[in-house]
Design a protein around this ligand. Structure first.
Ligand code: ADP
Ligand code: MG
Length: 170
């Protein structure tokens, strides 16, 4: 299945995509964000946080690898957002030191990971992969794909496609 691709015209649009994704997330889900510095990974995470009812401000967790935020589902249950940024990870051997494994299968929330490439091949079994690429000025190409290409994330993408039906996708 080809990735679902959007062109976001500004940061608010990228946040809206994040918020729409968040509505479909369940505890245990992992979202990996690919893209260079300034591509919009933290901006998209802000949208996910907003959609999960997180009140705290979302910034890149610069000095820590993980920031935990408490949010709420639409039905009022508590759900945590684990925002990871592995940019400053020294090496894969450091993944153990902050308990990377627990964020691969987060029991009480969802994990959103910037720079997952730093974790090498130590990735969750199932995840949603969002790629952000600058497409000139404030434009960003945002593509969403499922791994593996047959799990629950495929359904999530189908739902996301429906949520954006009528909105122009690229
Ligand atoms: P990253 O986490 O990938 O390094 P950030 O989200 O921190 O990137 O920064 C993206 C920057 O680009 C922000 O200053 C944001 O306001 C700006 N920006 C401009 N247009 C967009 C867009 N369409 N989507 C996301 N960010 C955008
Ligand atoms: Mg960032």
């Amino acid at each position: 299945m080809p990735p679902l691709t959007f062109v976001a015209g500004n940061a608010g649009h990228t946040r809206a995509i994040g918020a729409e994704i968040s509505r479909l997330l369940r505890p245990g889900d992992v979202v990996l964000l690919h893209g260079d510095l300034g591509a919009g990974k933290t901006t998209l995470t802000q949208g996910i946080a907003q959609g999960l009812g997180v009140r705290e401000q979302i910034q890149s967790p610069t000095f820590t690898l993980v920031a935990e935020h408490e949010g709420q589902t639409a039905t009022g249950e508590s759900i945590n957002l684990y925002h990871l940024d592995l940019y400053r990870l020294a090496g894969e051997e450091d993944l153990d030191s902050f308990g990377w494994e627990q964020y691969l299968a987060p029991v009480e929330g969802v994990s959103v990971v910037e720079w997952p490439e730093r974790a090498g091949s130590w990735l969750p079994e199932e995840y949603l992969l969002v790629r952000l690429e600058p497409a000139g000025a404030d434009l960003r190409r945002v593509s969403v794909e499922a791994a593996p290409p047959n799990g629950r994330m495929i359904e999530l993408i189908a739902d996301l496609r429906d949520a954006f039906a009528g909105v122009t996708t690229a």
